[in-house]
Design a protein around this ligand. Structure first.
Ligand code: ZN
Length: 302
């Protein structure tokens, strides 16, 4: 079971990287080295990845990652940059150029938080966006959302203290299966609860991080989408309202399952900063890289 979960983790990172590759123009397979902090882990995960793709098929096609179009002139358009982070950790030896771009160091994350502060941005949570859509609750003038995907322990160790230091908030999309299995690199439930109790937003990201568009039955989708919501709710003792599609992959069936589960908003990995009520189940999410110039560029997208 642990090996299987590891595959999901690895594939998650790789496909997240694939989405990044669409923006950053590098070959997704080059991300095979982006995973873990030790060479030993890498060797094992690479073998498991190959095995996984033999079973599951290839990378998601563009249409499987959905299509949505919101611009500054769309009805009810609001500008909200949403950053998507994965590992927050120091560089490790033998790191590839891709790895260097994909992960972010705690120092760089801190520089980004300082940048936001100095330039008048306010970090918000998706819950506030839901409040804006449903109850006209006003949003601050320059809102930005910082989202941290998957449940990496290094996010707890490095991102959480920095967010607290600057009085900022973040959204942590947790896929539940690896949590508390004493698996290397994942948070424990105690840590997830601590994030929640400190006022961070904890949100759903499925149970096993599958390609949801490849699940053929509604029951299968409910198990992943509703199931992860229920598990989070059991641990945190309150309703979970926000979801992020693993790999950003969704189609009409998947979106319907997210609605059926009772989520009120869902994030993709679709680049861009414009969102509106119509596409609340296809909210943007821009993969953040280890490069402050890119961060600034993402914030300034028109
Ligand atoms: Zn993910």
């Amino acid at each position: 079971m642990q090996r299987l979960s590891f595959v999901f983790l690895f594939v998650g990172i790789l496909l997240g990287g694939f989405a990044a590759s669409q923006i950053l123009h590098f070959h997704p397979l080059a991300l095979a080295s982006v995973i873990t902090s030790t060479q030993e882990d890498y060797v094992e995960s690479d073998a498991l990845l190959r095995e996984h793709f033999r079973e599951q098929g290839s990378f998601p096609k563009k249409e499987e990652r959905g299509n949505r179009s919101v611009t500054a002139t769309s009805t009810g358009a609001i500008k909200i940059p949403v950053m998507v982070y994965h590992s927050v950790r120091a560089h490790v030896s033998g790191e590839s150029a891709i790895q260097d771009q994909y992960d972010i160091t705690p120092e760089l994350l801190e520089s980004e938080l300082v940048y936001l502060k100095e330039h008048g941005y306010t970090t918000i949570q998706f819950a506030q966006v839901i409040g804006y859509f449903d109850h006209d609750t006003p949003l601050p003038e320059k809102p930005v959302i910082l989202s941290f995907d998957d449940g990496w322990e290094n996010q707890y160790t490095h991102a959480f203290p920095l967010l607290k230091k600057y009085g900022m908030t973040g959204t942590f999309f947790i896929y539940t299966n690896p949590i508390d299995h004493q698996k290397k690199h994942w948070m424990t439930w105690k840590q997830v609860v601590a994030l929640d109790q400190a006022g961070m937003e904890v949100a759903g990201h499925s149970r096993t991080h599958p390609m949801l568009t490849k699940i053929t039955t509604d029951q299968g989708l409910d198990k992943e989408i509703l199931g992860s919501k229920q598990i989070l709710e059991q641990h945190l003792g309150h309703t979970i309202t926000v979801f992020a599609y693993p790999f950003g992959m969704r189609d009409a069936r998947v979106i319907t399952a997210v609605k059926r589960a009772g989520y009120l908003l869902a994030r993709t990995t679709h680049a861009g900063v414009w969102n509106n009520e119509e596409y609340r189940y296809e909210f943007t999410g821009q993969l953040s890289t280890d490069n402050i110039a890119d961060f600034e560029r993402l914030l300034k997208l028109k």
